[in-house]
Design a protein around this ligand. Sequence first.
Ligand SMILES: CC(=[NH2+])C(=O)[O-]
Length: 126
Amino acid sequence: MLNYVETKNAPAAIGPYSQGIVVNDIAFFSGQIPLSPETGNVVGTTIQEQTEQVMKNIAALLESQNAEFKDVVKTTCFLADMADFAAFNEIYAKYFVGKPARSCVAVKDLPKGVLCEVETIAYIGK
Ligand SMILES: CC(=[NH2+])C(=O)[O-]
């Protein structure tokens, strides 16, 4: 059984994808970039500001499934510049205290020219 994630508290999709899909007790959330859920505009210009907005968006997705950061089992992180790795990690670590499995790569470009994107998989069974 597949269920789509739909919440106004996280940015709407900007392409042909959903905010996430739940399969049984696992939620697969689409990559979050630092968009405002209200305006759809990019929030912040620094890696710190943009990572904070990404974390807010992930929190909203998790909340839509009655889940929290501690329920995340895997993340994939995309940076526009690996020089931002340390600063990104500093913000990331405040939220993902449970240290889920992770991959982090630098890519040539991200949508809307942002500095970071983070996708998450969470276990939402209780
Ligand atoms: C932002 C995003 N998740 C995408 O696929 O364009």
